[in-house]
Design a protein around this ligand. Structure first.
Ligand code: ADP
Ligand code: MG
Length: 259
């Protein structure tokens, strides 16, 4: 067994004592494979503090999406612990897990999966509505967030009237509707050209800072890694060689997290 871990703490001491938005401890995930099993995650530990953003890189099949799925509480690990905002998830019933996810976790995948018949502002409101929140408040918040992602003038457009980059911005704004503590992002730029990719990663950096969320972004674009606070390299289900991009955070805070 190979244990690997990465910790990306907040630099400000004022946050000491606050619960970490996301903490994975010795997480192992096995999938059934014929008669045996595949170990998609092998004793991975990872935590990210509020306002920090990490890049998760690694070859195809190394376990990046599995790590996000477990962190999102969409998949329960075979072993190990996942804590969201200080709440340990292992003992939660499915319904409570779903509630926790809705309240604390924003999920952004490569394909925005917008509903064709809804306008941008409705895409944001529908989740809130389904959760039984008042529509008027949701509409105000949705407009605010669309403005924040640069789509203030496109609130009434439907997906086919938006570019790929704009659709991804709607996706990001939608993930922020529940005021999450954690943003989990899987290859958000895979379907975009270079210029749009840069502005999407820049936007994710900005919302991480502004909303003080903990962001984990799977990316193939190593060019954008310097915009993040740390990079975790996955190999065969484990984290290997976490490095600092441009010395963005104190190397000393890293030394304890490296194995
Ligand atoms: N639902 C699944 N059932 C069985 N095996 C899976 C499943 N999802 C992923 N795997 C396997 O787990 C490993 C890690 O996959 P994944 O997390 O998707 O990697 P990445 O996102 O880095 O490409 C791979 O060997 C993959 O084939
Ligand atoms: Mg993947």
């Amino acid at each position: 067994m190979s244990a690997s871990s990465l910790s990306v703490p907040h630099l400000a001491t004022s946050s000491a004592g606050a619960a970490l938005p996301i903490a994975l401890t010795n997480v192992t995930l096995e999938y059934p494979d014929g008669g045996g099993t595949i170990k998609a995650l092998d004793s991975v530990s990872l935590d990210v503090a509020a306002g920090r953003m990490i890049s998760l890189v690694g070859t195809s099949g190394s376990g990046k999406s599995s790590l996000l799925a477990v962190a999102a509480t969409l998949v329960r690990p075979t072993n190990g612990q996942v804590a969201i905002d200080g709440i340990t998830t292992a003992d939660l019933k499915d319904a409570d897990l779903t509630a926790l996810r809705r309240e604390k976790v924003g999920i952004i995948f490569q394909q925005p999966n917008l509903l064709a018949s809804l306008t941008a502002v409705e895409q944001l409101m529908i989740g809130h509505h389904l959760r039984g929140k008042p529509l008027r408040a949701a509409r105000g918040r949705a407009h605010e967030l669309l403005g924040l992602v640069g789509l203030g003038a496109s609130a009434d457009k439907r997906p086919h009237q938006l570019s790929g980059g704009q659709r991804q911005r709607v996706n990001i704004a939608r993930a922020l509707m529940g005021d999450p503590r954690v943003l989990l992002v899987d290859e958000p730029t895979a379907a975009l050209d270079h210029e749009r990719s840069a502005s999407i990663v820049g936007l994710l950096r900005r919302v991480t800072d502004e909303f003080q969320v903990a962001t984990v972004m799977v990316t193939h674009d190593t060019e954008f890694v310097p915009l993040t606070d740390a990079v975790a390299v996955m190999r065969d289900g484990g984290l290997s060689n976490p490095e600092l991009p441009g010395g963005a955070i104190h190397p000393a805070t890293y030394s304890k997290g490296l194995f």
